[in-house]
Design a protein around this ligand. Sequence first.
Ligand SMILES: CC(C)(COP(=O)(O)OP(=O)(O)OC[C@H]1O[C@@H](n2cnc3c(N)ncnc32)[C@H](O)[C@@H]1OP(=O)(O)O)[C@@H](O)C(=O)NCCC(=O)NCCS
Length: 215
Amino acid sequence: MSTTLYPPLNLRIITPKLELHGATDELLAQLLPIVRKGVVAGPLDPFDDPMSLYEDNPVRERKWLQAIWRGRGTVSPGSWRLYFVVMLDGQAVGMQDLIGVDFDTCRTVASFSWLAPGIRRQGLGREMRAAILHLAFEGLGAAEAASEAFFDNPASNRVSGSMGYQPNGSNWATRRGEPAVLNRWRLGRGDWAQNRRSDIELIGVEACKAVLYIK
Ligand SMILES: CC(C)(COP(=O)(O)OP(=O)(O)OC[C@H]1O[C@@H](n2cnc3c(N)ncnc32)[C@H](O)[C@@H]1OP(=O)(O)O)[C@@H](O)C(=O)NCCC(=O)NCCS
């Protein structure tokens, strides 16, 4: 696919610690060894169903790629998803997605992320969330960002809590078919603005607005 046909593949978000690059097939190929080895590590199942990353190889990688390709092609004014590969010192190490939810009417977004198991708990999760929030609020004019994490996922809940999100109730969801409680979080534009970062650079945003139906 030519990146000129789908501008989100040209998007870049640059922070002092890491970069988020639009998830081209070339970058997905660089991430594939991590997906093959396994993103779900240890006793914690962090993702709600359905989730390709719970599958065994080779179904895992096929479904993972198919979901991303489907997401590129499933865009409407109220619903879209942008996929980014997390780049650390030039290496692909994880994914950070931004999901438009009723964006045309409510300007709300959600996010989703994972890092290679070996590089967690070094502050990268917070940094990539700050990067994607900068795109959402500064770049695309979001009004509110939501996040959800299972009650026993301290890393994701802590990222949300420490970045100013407020608790917003809970939901039930399944993981590998078993029900569990998801904590819900919300971050309003005003709360984001209070801790707004001035060291994050956005590249390629304007060219994306038309394909996302953003005025
Ligand atoms: C969620 C994830 C992206 C967070 O990235 P990370 O780099 O590990 O997180 P950070 O190092 O930025 O840590 C953020 C906070 O969580 C805390 N934390 C991280 N891992 C923790 C753990 N296992 N137990 C307790 N606290 C933890 C950190 O101490 C830090 O707290 P602080 O803000 O008070 O300093 C990463 O852990 C991951 O890929 N997890 C598996 C997939 C996942 O859960 N995705 C989210 C699904 S909702």
